[in-house]
Design a protein around this ligand. Structure first.
Ligand SMILES: Cc1cc2nc3c(=O)[nH]c(=O)nc-3n(C[C@H](O)[C@H](O)[C@H](O)COP(=O)(O)OP(=O)(O)OC[C@H]3O[C@@H](n4cnc5c(N)ncnc54)[C@H](O)[C@@H]3O)c2cc1C
Length: 511
């Protein structure tokens, strides 16, 4: 597809080279989906070409193409293979970003060139007790002298059985205070071939993972040098979240490759498939589905590469990474559902990769944090990051319409904080936000007084039966208030609350 205007020539060349390379290995990759063998040879070739170094700075043996480069690799590898591409994304994330961001100079020199050269790796978080609740990790790392001794088990690990380099998260504290602050986990990197005690427990048969292993690992008294701890002790959860943001961005990029692959199959296929004497592409329902997939391709390619650019500009991408992961996973499954339908029975058998895309699209609702986990992040972060953007406007009665309208201008003159004025404010709020309480901040926009003054005055009004306070269950203190019916009548005669839009003036039912 066409490059974006902000891609550098180096990035464009890399994108094109990837496209050619993955086409050249498509035949071999297709074979391994039948034989169910891990495509070691292709992986070696990817390593030799240095493709895995996209997001690694040049001084550590990488290509220095940033998150944009790693998304290109995710996109182009998934155009050819949902399976091979997955291990490339898994491997790239098997500690890459975490080392770039948190590794010492020595650790960067020790591990990054190997990742760039294609060593197989894996990111090792999940356990029986730790799925969405990733902080629930039970695998322990006990410090003894200059070593940590790891004991426990992990599951659902992409690359189990074939990867040598593991980026592991382990529990280093059981102190309830540390657990509460998420400071009980620590990150390590280790090569299985250089230590004793890491074995594969089992390989799981994950939907769509035809030529890629996913399985469980056992850690039995595995000794890791303190020098291979990434970040400080207790920083593991923070590092994990940073790593997941990168993984989510790359997972989202994989869906671009699938969309292109789907279109490459379903359009030529339906041009050649004759039913009722004409190609099935002439059927409106098939045209609609092709259009939907095209729409999604454009939408998600734009959003993914804008997010990658934000990474490269070192902007905060916590919300973006979760948004694109969740949305791209959902859109990809919807597209795969439509693509299989366009191809009928051929869409759901192994002859064509559409079935495989359909299956792997489902797994991406779960891998790298479920869609729901991403949405939890989005919900929490929005309150932190968009607090200034989410503004409840002041509302006033418009003198012409006689009805409530928003008014973003500040209150011209605040009134002194006494019971009469505050009741007036609450009564006015009834006119414009009939069913809503006012927060202390809402009230403070109208009255001149500290929060304490306002709370005291609310207490007075409540005691007089003129207001109803909402008491926050956590703090035991009132945080909102509204006028009671008695308070409304005390503040103004009933006519004050009546307003009639001009078109109702002639209505006899008015009185
Ligand atoms: C294909 C694939 C590859 C994977 N690769 C790796 C890997 O390489 N390394 C690794 O460490 N792990 C890997 N995983 C594991 C993956 O990260 C976990 O499966 C995932 O985090 C969900 O955990 P779980 O399966 O235990 O589901 P659970 O946590 O048991 O969740 C079950 C359901 O409950 C929902 N749920 C749970 N808690 C909440 C909540 N608080 N709010 C809303 N909904 C909630 C979930 O969204 C989900 O729908 C992989 C998984 C898959 C499927």
């Amino acid at each position: 597809m066409k490059p974006f205007w902000w891609w550098t020539q180096e990035q464009i060349d890399y994108y094109n080279e990837l496209g050619e390379f993955f086409k050249s290995v498509a035949k071999e990759e297709g074979r391994t989906r039948y034989t169910r063998e891990f495509p070691f040879h292709i992986f070696e070739e990817v390593g030799k070409k240095g493709f895995l170094g996209a997001a690694i700075p040049k001084e550590y043996g990488g290509l220095g193409l940033g998150a944009t480069g790693s998304c290109m690799l995710a996109e182009q590898s998934h155009f050819i293979s949902p399976g091979l591409g997955r291990i490339i994304v898994g491997d790239m994330n098997g500690g890459l970003r975490q080392i770039v961001e948190k590794g010492t100079e020595e650790q960067k020199k020790k591990f990054l060139p190997g990742i760039a050269a294609g060593e197989t790796g894996a990111v090792v978080i999940t356990e029986v007790s730790a799925g969405t609740d990733a902080a629930g990790i039970a695998l322990t790392a006990e410090k003894k002298g200059g070593k940590y001794i790891l004991n426990g088990r992990k599951r659902f690990i992409v690359g189990a059985g074939v990867a040598d380099r593991f980026f592991i998260y382990a529990r280093t504290s059981n102190d309830p205070e540390m657990i509460k602050k998420h400071k009980h986990l620590t990150a390590f990197i280790v090569k299985a071939s250089e230590v004793k005690g890491i074995t594969t427990e089992k390989i799981n048969e994950i939907l769509g993972f035809e030529n890629v292993q996913n399985g469980s690992l056992i850690f039995d008294n595995v000794e890791i040098d303190e020098a291979d701890r990434i970040g400080e002790e207790g920083e593991g959860f923070k590092i994990m979240m940073q790593g997941l943001n990168f993984e989510r961005t790359n997972i989202a990029a994989t869906t671009i490759g699938w969309h292109r692959a789907m279109l490459n199959y379903i359009i030529p296929y339906s041009e050649r498939r004759i039913q009722f004497g004409r190609p099935t592409i002439d059927q409106k329902p098939n045209q609609d589905k092709i259009t939907h997939i095209l729409e999604r391709l454009i939408f998600l390619r734009d959003t993914v590469y804008v997010t990658a650019k934000k990474w490269d500009l070192e902007e905060n991408i916590i919300i973006d990474a979760s948004v694109i992961k969740a949305k791209c996973a959902e859109l990809a499954l919807e597209s795969a559902r439509e693509a299989t339908q366009v191809m009928g029975g051929d869409g759901i058998n192994n002859f064509y990769p559409i079935k495989n895309i359909y299956e792997v699209a489902k797994t991406e609702h779960i891998a790298g944090g479920t869609v729901e986990a991403c949405e939890l992040t989005i919900y929490r972060q929005i309150f932190k990051q968009m607090a200034e953007d989410i503004v409840w406007p002041r509302r006033v009665i418009d003198e012409v319409a006689g009805a409530p309208v928003p008014d973003y201008s500040p209150v011209e003159k605040k009134v002194p904080c006494d019971a009469k004025n505050l009741l007036d404010v609450l009564a006015e709020n009834y006119r414009v936000n009939q069913g809503l309480d006012m927060t202390i901040a809402d009230i403070a926009a109208y009255v001149d007084g500290s929060d304490e003054d306002i709370l005291k005055t609310i207490d007075e009004l409540v005691a007089a039966g003129d207001a109803v306070a909402h008491v926050n269950k956590k703090t035991g203190v009132a945080d909102m208030a509204r006028a009671s019916y008695a308070g409304l009548s005390k503040a103004h005669p009933n006519e004050y609350y009546q307003y009639w839009q001009p078109f109702i003036d002639a209505d006899p039912r008015r009185h």
